[in-house]
Design a protein around this ligand. Structure first.
Ligand SMILES: [Zn+2]
Length: 292
């Protein structure tokens, strides 16, 4: 049955059906909390297969393993995230922490944390993708799905960047992180947000591997409802980021369906205007420029 993956409400509206690669994809908006999710959803077993077999790397990452350009790019991103951490939690680097990154990809963020004296472990299901990462950085990476990672080890810090939008049950994912964090531990998450259409068009923003679309409201609201207190909510390179710790706080409200529908309407208008213009030939564009 079609129920919202984070609040379980059965009430929703079909929001948008175009997606990247010109594929038909149903994104629904929850009438209760404003969360956006794809429906129908694939099963957890199918998701695990997609990531463990390397099909995700081939399809979405466009390569079965990271090359030098990829490493250089992710090292830059990692450096920026370290700066955010330093700014938002000044005490973070005062003593060595145990850190876990879920979906560590090219591993650059863990490599920097390790260089700063922290103990790091990565989880990345695609074993082929991981080989050059271990070779470059010499860091410990487990090639399993997060839910299958051995329980009982508690961490000071758990992060994931561009992972939660792929997770079939995002509430269970946050719960799982909570149970694997020490009482004074921190969580750091980054993902796309409907509050910034980072691709410039809804037709490429929605993508079948992104089964969840958070907003700047639904992400902190979900975290608070699972026992986290938000230290900082901020944008990084057009994506929403949250740093939080365990604690009881209710500062963030759920989102509103109408606000989401208005964002979609606003961005649909932009698309129509842009595509009309781009279909004109260049000479005509120059002549019409003063009128457009
Ligand atoms: Zn909901």
């Amino acid at each position: 049955m079609n129920r919202c993956p984070i609040c379980e409400s059965p009430n929703n509206e079909l929001l948008y059906t175009n997606s990247r690669g010109k594929r038909y994809l149903e994104n629904h908006v929850c009438s209760n909390c404003g969360f956006i999710y794809t429906w129908p959803r694939i099963s957890n077993a199918e998701v695990s297969k997609l990531y463990l077999d390397g099909d995700f790397s081939k399809e979405a990452r466009k390569s079965t393993e990271p090359d030098l350009d990829k490493f250089i790019q992710t090292e830059q991103y990692a450096l920026e995230r370290i700066h955010h951490l330093e700014k938002k939690i000044p005490s973070f680097f005062s003593k060595a922490k145990s850190c876990l990154e879920i979906g560590c990809g090219a591993g650059s963020f863990l490599w920097l944390l390790k260089a700063l004296g922290h103990k790091v472990i990565g989880i990345e299901p695609d074993s082929n993708f991981v080989k050059p990462v271990q070779k470059r950085y010499n860091i410990e990476i487990e090639t399993v799905m997060f839910q299958d990672y051995p329980k009982g080890i508690l961490f000071d810090f758990i992060c994931n960047f561009h992972v939660i939008e792929h997770i079939i049950d995002p509430r269970a994912f946050i719960k799982e992180i909570y149970t694997r964090l020490k009482d004074d531990g921190y969580i750091y998450i980054e993902c796309p947000t409907i509050d910034n259409i980072y691709t410039g068009s809804l037709d490429t923003f929605f993508w079948d591997v992104h089964v969840n679309t958070f907003s700047n409201k639904t992400l902190p609201w979900l975290l608070e409802s699972e026992g986290f207190s938000i230290i900082e909510l901020f944008m990084n390179r057009g994506f929403v980021s949250v740093i939080a710790k365990k604690g009881i706080d209710k500062r963030f409200k759920k989102d509103n369906k109408q606000r989401i529908i208005d964002i979609i309407k606003e961005n649909s208008k932009k698309k129509t205007k842009k595509s009309l213009f781009s279909n004109l030939n260049n000479k005509l564009k120059i002549r019409l420029k003063k009128y457009l």
